[in-house]
Design a protein around this ligand. Structure first.
Ligand SMILES: [Zn+2]
Length: 167
């Protein structure tokens, strides 16, 4: 990248603007799978569609305060969807009590539906979890979860919509 000349950068910048800005991707080393039907919107479009809190968490990678979301203690049976694009992400079957104050799951409903990125912010190396379809920020995944995966997907309530399953 160091050899790229200024005019090239300007061209890339202009192309980036024309193509619904991909600048978010450039900030991180991405370890993810491709997905069909990706949703890409401008930040202005997201800002119109999402509430302020949803925008802060999903698009600006914010974190809701622990024990303040409406789903961390949700014990109902059902599925959890991306609050931005409605992709099904987690099931109550894999939700567990983590004591952290955020909804916690040991695995996603489908490994293709979430992507994991390396997050180097705040002087830590963490694995960020995003929605594969809209790249909305969901939370982080840690290696201290329960069996059978040993993983703990620590997800913001704000990033999720819950739909109770009918019996
Ligand atoms: Zn999404």
């Amino acid at each position: 990248m160091k050899t790229i000349k200024i005019p090239v950068l300007i061209t890339l910048f202009v192309l980036g603007l024309a193509g619904c800005s991909k600048s978010q991707e450039a900030k991180m080393s991405i370890v993810k799978k491709d997905m069909d039907n990706k949703i890409t919107k401008t930040e202005e479009e997201w800002q119109k569609e999402l509430t302020d809190e949803e925008y802060y968490v999903l698009r600006e990678k914010g974190t809701e305060r622990a024990f303040t979301g409406d789903l961390w203690d949700n014990k109902k049976h059902g599925d959890y969807y991306c609050a931005a694009c409605n992709l099904k992400l987690f099931s109550s079957e894999t939700k567990f009590k983590s004591g952290t104050g955020w909804p916690s799951f040991y695995e996603p409903i489908n490994s293709d539906n979430v992507a994991v990125l390396r997050d180097m912010s705040y002087g830590m190396v963490r694995e960020e979890v995003v929605c594969s379809r809209c790249e909305g920020h969901l939370g982080h995944v840690f290696n201290d979860g329960p069996e059978p995966t040993g993983l703990r997907y620590c997800i913001n309530s704000v990033s999720l919509d819950f739909e109770e399953s009918k019996k």
